[in-house]
Design a protein. Structure first.
Lengths: 307, 197
């Protein structure tokens, strides 16, 4: 890594891959506990917390379209989620950004935001997102879609809530409205498909957030099982690039992320209108809405009110 | 990638099964000046990622055992009861974790019951360790702990107290193991009259 790139990275506290958050959003952390089994009616008190500074961290989670052999740090990002995690309260907010959002990319003029990764890697991606919404991420996680699939499998699959019924050859009976338990590949389909929906890119971004919630639920349900968190973190380390971040820090971050309470996980997708920039189909994002969401959630990762 | 297949297992025992020696009750003094001699039972249960040689396993068990023993003693078992001073109880926690634990002191220590306790009799001190070894070095571990002790109350209504859950631990290079996170529960049940404390 060149000194210039290292310098550029200095603005980010750490760079690392998405699966974690995926893992993170549980992965991110924990209600499971080893309970006593008293015979009488007994009050059982519980306490849990994880040392993480600062209390609120913002993680840019990216799903890269990198093919085998390509770097997830230099390929277009097809999934873009900015996630704030309050490790003290367990609240979290995910801001979904349509990948075709047509924005200013520092040093490169206007283009689709997901091209930032190709132009300048995760540090430029973080700057582009930061300029768009007004929050500069502390960490960047990036994984390939297959890496995402592997991580979902490593935690035993997830349950996603679908708003729409749709079919796909990889899920024999298709996706139904409501709960769907999916394995890694099926989770990947759920997070990637867009042409089946009138909402296109916006619905896909919302489905990515539903997949994140599914991961969070799965992690919290199993966090107290022997070795579960360690296996999840190992999967993250195996499937995500984690430049400037050692395994011990990933482990701590994962444990902190697992503190997120699914009931306090709020999601919004930045809206906008579709159109063309030259011959390219793009999304003109609602920048005012994006900054409003980020402005309300910046301090405590807690989003009150509507998107 | 089936990461589950990468998990090694050096044992699958769980906290809670082995009986502990029963210390005799102090009759000449209500104070427990030192923790009663219940052995700290610590063992590595799972190794995830790489492999550990037996000496490495033993070193981890020994180091973590010392850290957990210091915590259990400082927070629950040692000291002179009735006891009001618990300011060193979280000395094995990282600075940030200790700060966050301030609001959970009643659960993570005996601070809430120390003044009405005339003695503490340990019954079980156990930990099973799940260790993450992504390369040559241990990145962190989860200690699944179980601590049981009898609270000898000043009013005679003794309680059997159980603290169980997970303590998340890491260490800096060559430094001691520290607790950077916790997820524990605490419960207590009356000790029946005539029952062995």
């Amino acid at each position: 890594m060149s000194p210039n790139l290292l310098h550029a990275l200095a603005g980010l506290r750490r760079l690392a891959p998405l699966g974690l958050v995926l893992a993170v959003t549980a992965l991110v952390v924990p209600p499971a506990t080893v309970h006593e089994d008293p015979a009488a009616l007994v009050r059982v008190e519980r306490a849990h917390n994880v040392d993480m500074t600062p209390n609120v961290i913002w993680v840019l989670m990216l799903g890269s379209d990198a093919r085998p052999g390509q770097s997830v740090l230099r390929s277009r990002a097809d999934a873009i989620q900015l996630v704030g995690i309050n490790t003290r309260t367990g609240a979290a907010t995910a801001i979904g950004i349509p990948r075709d959002s047509y924005v200013n990319i520092p040093g490169h003029g206007r283009s689709k935001i997901n091209a930032s990764m190709m132009y300048g890697g995760p540090e430029l991606m973080a700057r582009s997102v930061g300029d768009m919404v007004g929050i500069r991420p502390d960490y960047v996680f990036s994984t390939s879609f297959w890496g995402f699939s592997h991580m979902v499998d490593a935690i035993g699959g997830i349950t996603v809530q679908s708003r729409y019924a749709f079919s796909d050859p990889l899920k024999p009976h298709g996706f139904r409205v409501g709960k769907n338990h999916v394995n890694g590949v099926q989770a990947l389909v759920f997070a990637r498909i867009r042409k089946a929906f009138a909402g296109g890119d916006f619905t896909r971004s919302a489905n990515q957030q539903r997949a994140m919630l599914g991961i969070l639920n799965q992690v919290r349900r199993n966090a107290d099982k022997p070795g579960f968190m360690e296996r999840g973190v190992m999967s993250v380390l195996n499937n995500m690039a984690t430049p400037n971040m050692g395994p011990a820090e990933v482990y701590r971050l994962a444990q902190a992320a697992a503190r997120v309470n699914p009931n306090r996980f709020r999601t919004c997708v930045v809206g906008g209108s579709t159109g063309y920039a030259g011959a390219a189909s793009v999304v003109f994002p609602n920048i005012g809405q994006a900054r409003s969401i980020a402005g309300r959630a910046r301090k405590d990762a807690t989003l009150e009110g509507s998107c | 990638m089936l990461l589950l297949t990468m998990s090694g297992c050096t044992g699958d025992s769980e906290p809670g099964s082995a009986p502990s020696p029963l210390p005799s009750r102090s009759v000449d003094s209500a104070a427990t000046l030192e923790a009663k001699p219940v052995p700290m039972d610590v063992s590595v249960a799972k190794v995830v990622g790489g492999k550990l040689k037996r000496p490495q396993v033993q070193a981890i068990e020994s180091q973590v055992s010392r850290a957990l023993s210091r915590y259990f003693d400082a927070a629950f078992l040692a000291g002179e009861y009735p006891r009001r001073d618990f300011h060193t109880a979280l000395g094995e926690f990282s600075q940030g974790a200790a700060q966050r634990a301030a609001s959970d002191r009643d659960l993570l220590t005996n601070a809430a019951i120390g003044a009405t306790t005339e003695g503490v009799v340990p019954r079980t001190k156990q930990a099973r360790l799940d260790v993450l070894v992504p390369g040559r070095f241990v990145a962190g571990l989860t200690a699944r702990v179980r601590l049981v002790f009898v609270q000898q109350r000043t009013d005679g209504a003794d309680q059997r107290v159980t603290v169980t859950g997970r303590l998340l631990m890491s260490r800096k290079k060559s430094g001691p193991w520290q607790i950077f996170g916790y997820d524990v529960t605490r419960s207590s049940v009356p000790v029946a009259k005539g029952a062995d404390r």
